[in-house]
Ligand binder design. Sequence first.
Ligand code: ATP
Ligand code: MG
Length: 305
Amino acid sequence: MGRLVVIANQKGGVGKTTTAINLTIALASPERRILLVDLDPQGNASSGLMPPPQIAAAKASGKTIYEALVGRIDISEAIAKVRENVFLAPSGPDLVGAEIEMATMEGRERRLKELLAPIRNDYAFILADTPPSLGLLTLNAMVAADSVMVPMQCEYYALEGLSALLSTVTRVRRVLNPDLQIDGLVLTMFDQRNKLSHEIAREVNKHFPDKVYQNVIPRNVRLSESPSHGLSVIEYDIKSAGAEAYRLLALEMLRRTLGEAAAVEATTQEGALQGVQIAEEQPGRRMWSLRALFAREGERGRRGG
Ligand code: ATP
Ligand code: MG
């Protein structure tokens, strides 16, 4: 059964879409078809993976997730193949209207779950990118999902709003989706020269030791450049720190969901994610793991530096 992961945080600009796009590409392989559902009316995940003419065509012909949500087309019509083993259900500005149109529909919180049910087994993972709000679209994603992944920017107020998100998850669990899990918190835009980044990382790790992903996403200019080319960072610059970080995050995600043995088998059989061997303990790159980061801080502390 395909695992549906919703990427959510009602705070804007924390790296939800960047995480959705790059995890989608990092996870895809001949053994794993991935579907990305773009539930954000801003459509940034769509434009990050699909060329503008194709998006315009999808909108013009009404083949978007919006049309599927309001029941005008079948979900399969809204899904486009964007790479080998990578599929996208694009959004568009119309999605704002979907929230309003759906407001009076019976079972409005379960629309996405119902839509995806017949195609769920066609994919190893379905990722859903959501808007920066806890409205009906995000709620639909949480009701359909197996788990929630929460990107958090390593900035002041990173933890602010997290309690609102967590209590929404608790409420969804109680009423609509008892199996919903918190898959993990992802620290994004980590700046190793910035003391605050380290403090936030430590704070989040202290409060949520079992939930926080060990692989931290650094601030990396390649990550902000790649979407304007319609590419993931893995396709845009495979050697960049951003590409490395998202591939490691994908590997950690596989470990968490499949279990260690199955994940290692999956990635070694395929020659690792996206055909490039990941050197987890490569010197100089270890800063992207929390464990290594805290160890180095400890070392510096002992040296009095
Ligand atoms: P919104 O809430 O508006 O949907 P978001 O949470 O999806 O925002 P993104 O769009 O992924 O956030 O990121 C916000 C901006 O920061 C974008 O311009 C993106 O390119 C940039 N960005 C995201 N992650 C990184 C990173 N690790 N390094 C550098 N730039 C980044
Ligand atoms: Mg976004």
